[in-house]
Design a protein around this ligand. Structure first.
Ligand SMILES: *[C@@H]1O[C@H](CO)[C@@H](O)[C@H](O)[C@H]1NC(C)=O
Ligand SMILES: *[C@@H]1O[C@H](CO)[C@@H](O)[C@H](O)[C@H]1NC(C)=O
Ligand SMILES: *[C@@H]1O[C@H](CO)[C@@H](O)[C@H](O)[C@H]1NC(C)=O
Ligand SMILES: *[C@@H]1O[C@H](CO)[C@@H](O)[C@H](O)[C@H]1NC(C)=O
Ligand SMILES: CC(=O)N[C@H]1CO[C@H](CO)[C@@H](O)[C@@H]1O
Ligand SMILES: [Cu+2]
Length: 573
């Protein structure tokens, strides 16, 4: 049957009307895949340091990007993917978890071994590195949440092809330097090539990166060690029956963008590279660093038997105090660092579930398939558990709005056709190529008012700077304000203060700290304080943050970021 179907694809291709490959090999009905049959993998761990005479010292790593096949489910044929790893054989989806120590830098040479042809459809009508190359798929790695030099930040135009044969306009060097001078936290690395981020991540170019700080963290006695401290990388995917990844190759406005669609969703929920896996856990506490690595799907996680999450940290920093919650809303690229105590479970198995609408918050409700994430099978016997969750974690200096040296307005726009189909999005009416307008001074803080004029919740991600949400106020007379903004593109001239008079929505307790990505409520003005220095000390950066190519800030719905919801950010002295 499968062979017959690929024969059909071939014939259609030969006759030139194989527009969408789904014609040939049909879409997989994900309800055909039994849930909870694959064990949850722990991705290979790569140490970013060596221990010499009992002291951790700096190390250099070589990590490649490879095309290979990956088994996402027991009953699904192997899927062609792009994967990070120290060799093609060792490469995994997601890639290896890099473990670094605070104060011990890691050098990584990212090596591109990708083929010339992409495994997913891409769109030549959005600004993309793909149209500029002959020697292979362009790629560049961004370490999300890292406070590091611009040369190692993975600028979208710093892409390169295999053997560095072709390089983008802002490419500067082969080996990236990660200082790990920031406080302990949860980072992740992923591709960031211009106009390809959504497809390169969909193909598998994602991995976790943890910075540990033994002197700060050991006294907490949180669950630790590879067995009890586990990254969970969650994303959604759609498949064809032959196991290949499915991404619609027809855009929602094909006459403008033949392929681009405003949001990618798949019904299969993947954790650490397996669809709806299961994990046998002991009746004790575990720490899970949950990363939402979906292109566009928000997750609102909960346990079907009422178990709770003890939220101890977010994407970049620890909470001041642990916060216990029944539900966790995680936007794309957000990280929730939680402790789950299975000793309190009344049942011997529990499903981690999701009930977030997609697109969030105004889209479809979840269904039987995409509302399930994974299953935990809990041993019967209670364990001796010496780990704990301390009442106090890390106290960072509170955001001080009066210290801000600059105020900016950042407006999110979505453009649509007459029939209301999105064509593209941007920030402040500008594209990534327009000259830089945000030039903060190193060491200062700034207030940004982020105005969402779209129907979606956009996770805003700022490179280098950490930010804290001060206030979320709904806009009144939105249509009037929007009309002015569409014309003038200037929040001051449109008197935003006259419109920011609506409902005030509190920031939830566990998201009050310093973050590198935050969900911008649609129709709201979100006031944030962005800090361009370390938040735990006033130390200056151990690198020149003002060098080329600078940084960027963007929406982390990848389909938006690629078309073209991203702007440069250039630090100055
Ligand atoms: C890492 O790179 C830096 C330059 O960016 C260099 O000074 C340092 O010696 C390198 N470390 C190792 C372990 O190679
Ligand atoms: C692909 O997208 C097009 C345009 O939005 C839509 O008409 C079509 O139904 C989609 N195909 C599938 C299989 O979802
Ligand atoms: C993952 O992030 C995406 C995009 O920000 C978001 O839409 C989705 O809800 C998040 N999923 C979870 C489980 O948090
Ligand atoms: C950093 O400096 C600011 C004033 O510039 C001060 O209010 C704050 O307490 C300092 N923080 C630390 C951790 O020293
Ligand atoms: C949920 C929400 O309030 N969304 C609003 C975002 O802003 C646009 C106007 O620009 C409104 O139409 C949406 O209702
Ligand atoms: Cu990013």
């Amino acid at each position: 049957m499968e062979r017959l179907l690929s024969l059909v694809t071939l014939c259609l291709a030969v006759f030139g009307f194989c527009v969408d490959k789904t014609w040939g090999v049909g879409l997989l009905d994900p309800s055909k895949l039994p849930m909870f049959v694959d064990e949850l993998p722990d991705m290979p761990r790569l140490s970013g340091f060596e221990v010499v005479n009992g002291v951790p010292v700096s190390k250099s790593l070589k990590i490649g990007m490879f095309r290979k096949k990956w088994k996402f489910h027991r009953d699904l044929p192997p899927t062609p993917v792009f994967a990070y790893g120290t060799s093609a054989k060792a490469a995994t989806v997601p890639g290896p978890t890099i473990e670094a120590i605070h104060g011990v830098p890691v050098n990584v040479t990212w090596q591109n071994h990708l083929p010339r042809k992409h495994i997913l459809p891409w769109d030549p009508t959005i600004p993309t590195a793909m149209t500029m190359v002959k020697t292979g798929i362009p790629a560049v790695v961004h370490l999300h949440g890292a406070i590091d030099e611009p040369e190692s930040d993975g600028n979208a135009y710093a892409w390169f092809t295999p053997k560095f044969k072709e390089r983008g306009s802002t490419w500067t060097k082969k080996t990236y330097h990660y200082s790990n001078a920031q406080h302990p936290g949860n980072l992740w690395y992923h591709d960031h090539a211009m106009g390809l981020t959504r497809v390169n991540l969909l193909a598998g170019l994602i991995g976790s990166y943890i910075i540990r700080h033994p002197a700060v963290e050991e006294p907490f006695r949180l669950p630790h060690g590879n067995q009890y401290d586990r990254p969970l990388v969650v994303f959604d995917r759609a498949f064809r029956r032959d196991g290949s990844l499915y991404m619609n190759s027809t855009g929602n406005n094909p006459s403008i963008h033949p392929q681009w669609q405003p949001e990618y969703f798949g019904d299969a929920i993947i954790v650490n590279g397996k669809a709806w896996p299961r994990m046998v856990v002991r009746r004790r506490k575990y720490r899970f660093r949950i990363l939402n690595a979906s292109n566009a799907r928000f997750f609102r996680f909960y346990f079907t038997n009422g178990l709770k999450f003890i939220h101890v940290g977010s994407d970049s920093t620890y909470n001041q105090h642990p916060v216990t919650v029944n539900k966790l809303l995680v936007a794309p690229s957000e990280i929730a660092d939680v402790v789950v105590d299975f000793s309190g479970s009344k049942s011997n198995s529990v499903v981690l579930a999701n009930d977030a609408e997609y697109p969030y918050p105004s889209g479809d409700p979840v269904n039987k398939i995409n509302s399930r994430v994974m299953k935990f099978l809990i041993t019967r016997k209670k364990e001796l558990d010496t780990s704990r969750v301390p009442a106090k974690l890390v106290h960072y200096p509170s955001p001080d709005a009066s210290s801000a040296s600059q105020t900016r307005f950042i407006t999110m726009y979505e453009y649509t056709t007459k029939s209301d189909e999105p064509t593209h999005l941007n920030l402040n009416g500008k594209s990534p190529d327009d000259p830089v307008t945000e030039q903060p001074k190193v060491g200062t803080s700034e207030i940004w008012y982020v105005i969402n004029l779209t129907d979606d919740n956009h996770p805003l991600h700022i490179h280098l700077g950490l930010f804290s949400v001060l206030d979320q106020t709904e806009l009144i007379k939105l249509d009037e304000f929007k009309e002015c903004m569409m014309k003038l593109k200037d929040a001051t001239k449109c008197h935003v203060d006259k419109y920011a008079r609506g409902r005030n929505t509190a920031v939830v307790a566990h998201e009050k700290g310093w973050k590198n990505v935050y969900k911008m409520l649609p129709g709201y003005v979100t006031k944030i304080l962005v800090r361009f220095s370390y938040v735990h000390t006033n130390a200056s950066y151990p690198f020149d943050a003002t060098s080329e190519p600078g940084y960027v800030y963007h929406c982390h719905i990848l389909d938006h970021e690629d078309n073209v919801m991203m702007r440069p950010l250039k630090l100055v002295n």
